[in-house]
Design a protein around this ligand. Structure first.
Ligand code: GLV
Ligand code: GLV
Length: 323
């Protein structure tokens, strides 16, 4: 059968698809397809399955352009780029790539926690700029983490792994908020549950966000909630940019409402909120939390396995449904 892939991904999954006898068509464009280009490509190739990316907005028009494709395998764990309601109405199966990116995203969140609290990126800029003229008692002071409190919003796989690393490895006291309490998470990480976001925000020295983007999590962090955080606290986001009111975050960082932030995702990617890039108390990475050789290959294999199973008439391992 014919599989359309909206942009080049690592070979590992392509090899699996070819080994199963499928034909692969990869979009020739080195960039995100516009909606018009995506629709034209789907009409031209008429694929039986599609591998799409988090940068592809998959809606009713796109489904209609690929009338033979009854599976869209998203090359991402998040799937807020896909209209799941329309997919369900049309009987189209949607899959994602959970599990394989848990460690890399959690490690990236941990790297961001260290980077912002130890002022690593800022110190690097300072040193390269030739401003280092000698050791000084008060130069670029940051914050220690041992004994401080880490608060996680969203106790899924990634949030849980961050708690485990920072609790067991670094000796942070760990709290988490989630819509449901998890004994498994508590056993694995030693974290304490808090029944409201506000309780976590008031107690935490570092807040790290690990929720999916849903109507209920859009602007979960806003001016009112920044004001509940400690002035000395840091905010980390590796989930989805729209979870934070980014303009309000710039204001909070500028006015010392919180001490710092580290972000891998942005409200209007790839654009940054006005003023964000001028602030020294933020660390910014370009949505690369899952970008390791190992993880991106594993994501490619998972997307392929979902398609292979579906085209054999089996239930794919990673079907997603709307909440
Ligand atoms: C990346 O953001 C993903 O959802 O996989
Ligand atoms: C995503 O994989 C999560 O459950 O955190």
């Amino acid at each position: 059968m014919k599989i359309f892939i909206t942009r080049a991904i690592p070979e590992a999954g392509l090899d699996l698809l070819r080994a199963s006898g499928h034909d692969i068509v990869i979009s020739g464009k080195d960039g995100v397809l516009t909606k018009g280009e995506l629709i034209a490509a789907l009409k031209a190739h008429n694929p039986d399955a599609v591998v799409c990316l988090l940068t592809d907005k998959i809606d009713a028009d796109v489904f209609a352009a690929a009338s033979n494709a009854k599976i869209f395998a998203n090359y991402a764990v998040g799937f807020d780029n896909i209209d799941l309601k329309v997919a369900a109405e049309k009987g189209i199966t949607i899959t994602n790539t959970p599990g394989v990116l848990t460690d890399s995203v959690a490690e990236h969140a941990v790297a961001l926690i260290f980077a912002v609290t130890k002022r690593i990126a800022e110190s690097d800029r300072f040193t390269r700029a030739g401003k280092y003229v000698g050791w000084a008692p008060m130069l670029l002071l940051g914050s220690d983490l041992k004994g401080k409190t880490l608060g996680i919003l969203g106790g899924g796989r990634i949030g849980s792994r961050v708690l485990e690393i920072m609790g067991k490895g670094v000796g942070m006291r760990c709290l988490y908020y989630d819509i449901k309490r998890s004994e498994e998470l508590e056993k694995a990480t030693g974290a304490e549950f808090r029944a409201s976001i506000e309780e976590v925000l008031r107690e935490a020295d570092v807040v790290s966000i690990h929720v999916p983007l849903l109507d209920s999590t859009r602007h979960l962090m806003n001016a009112e909630r920044f004001a509940m955080m400690k002035k000395s606290a840091y905010l980390i986001n590796t989930s989805r940019g729209q979870v934070i009111d980014e303009a309000a975050l710039v204001t909070a960082l500028r006015n010392g409402i919180i001490r710092g932030a580290a972000l891998d995702v942005y409200e209007n990617e790839p654009a940054l909120a006005d003023g964000l890039a001028e602030l020294d108390n933020v660390v910014l990475t370009p949505h690369t939390a899952s970008a390791t050789d190992e993880t991106r290959s594993a994501m490619s294999e998972i997307a392929a396995k979902n398609i292979i199973a579906f085209l054999k008439g089996e239930t794919p391992p990673n079907v997603v449904k709307s909440a």
